[in-house]
Ligand binder design. Sequence first.
Ligand code: SF4
Length: 184
Amino acid sequence: MNLLLHICCANCAISPIREMGGKGIEVVGYFFNPNIHPYQEYQRRLETLKQYSETVGLKVIYRDEYLLEEFLRNVSHREKERCQYCYSIRLGATAQEARKRGFDQFSTTLLQSKHQDHQQIREIGDRVGKEVGIPFYYEDFRQGWRKGLDVSKAMGLYRQQYCGCIYSEKERFLKEIKMPNSKV
Ligand code: SF4
């Protein structure tokens, strides 16, 4: 079985690739993440994936498009529901690409993260798979999170400090960096 794996970042890919490789699944990566902002952060995660994939011999298809304006237009005024859009565009694009290239299935490294809405990712994966006509491969990769982190550290990979969009960057850092007496 071969599978096109949406990769959000190198760190989250480590455990799923090991798990699926152990089951004899042939994995090709697919990088499409218009949710990562700002541009220097986007570029850094993309370059880190190149570093990782070259080291482990993983083939990756790069859809290198920094679609900041489109992303913001689509979540504007409904920022609290933005993750649903974010999962849908990335999984939808991966399903389309997998179908076009004749893969048997598609999946995503988002299933490795403890910080994402795991159930929503699974539901969206199943839905877009049915719409596009290619099965979504589901596995709970979260148990491999610690192992992936250890490998990432050993390889000296860059590890990001927030999910990706500018909203998540704010949620991660605003409280930390504001002055103690600030009313912001
Ligand atoms: S918090 Fe993460 S998953 Fe949600 S919209 Fe932002 S980048 Fe996407």
